[in-house]
Design a protein around this ligand. Sequence first.
Ligand code: AMP
Ligand code: MN
Ligand code: MN
Ligand code: MN
Length: 284
Amino acid sequence: MNNILNADLHCHSVVSDGTLTPEDLAARAKANGVELWALTDHDEVGGQARALAAAKAQGMRYLTGVEISVTFIGQTVHIVGLGFDVENEALLQGLRDTRGGRKQRAMEMSDGLAKAGIPGAYEGALPYVGNPELISRTHFARFLVESGVCKDTNEVFRKYLTEGKPGYVPHRWATLKDAVTWITQAGGMAVIAHPARYKFTPNEEYALFTEFKAHGGLGVEVVTGSHSAAEYVTYAHTAKEFGLAASRGSDFHSPDESHTELGTLPLLSSELTPVWQLLSNRIQ
Ligand code: AMP
Ligand code: MN
Ligand code: MN
Ligand code: MN
């Protein structure tokens, strides 16, 4: 398998903050020509068996996937895991712990929004939540759009759900070391998700990549729905500089919200080593 492969190794289902089922995502990926697929729900592998079965039914190859929330130098960083054993107990326990504080955080977010004149946001967000352990800012955003407070989810994040805004509650997620170790010891590959999204200084970003590698991380997303064309070039360079394999994924969440469709991004540059080359024995 080479870089020409249409691989989409990052998306979300109703098991976390997407709006489609694993089966509907698989059908959509297939319709867009995806040949190798991974479902990467936030902090949760509950959709993996369904995603694998759906991929097989559609005639696609499959890698197990997850996107773990990590706190690094005061910011939230996402680490994608690919090709791990979904029954690995240390990984499952780590994900359970990572999910743990979400309900409390959501209630505090709701209190903050109430003080800003938006009462009942927790109860309002609940009908959008597919998995009660995985209530996220995205579900609040959908509620605030549907109830007419904002015109789209982008506006909700900008006005209410990002640092310094009334519905923002800081949260301590997993450590970088733990997330990379859980994935790696479960036989998978850890990948830095959408690196251009973080607001690190150059020194902090260097520390992220250096520590990630030291803990056993092997990949970085280069072509993702969160990057511009210029950022594909920047992070292709970073991948080579740090000797990391490159990944490609849409980060698709919903037909109504996502600007990037499954399987439609540019292919990886042929100068990069694709993650699937190193994961060939983990592909199902
Ligand atoms: P949480 O894990 O609860 O902090 O929610 C994070 C999720 O919110 C991400 O995975 C994205 O799906 C979504 N998100 C973050 N920032 C934005 C944004 N500016 N616009 C829309 N969705 C966003
Ligand atoms: Mn999300
Ligand atoms: Mn992410
Ligand atoms: Mn994601």
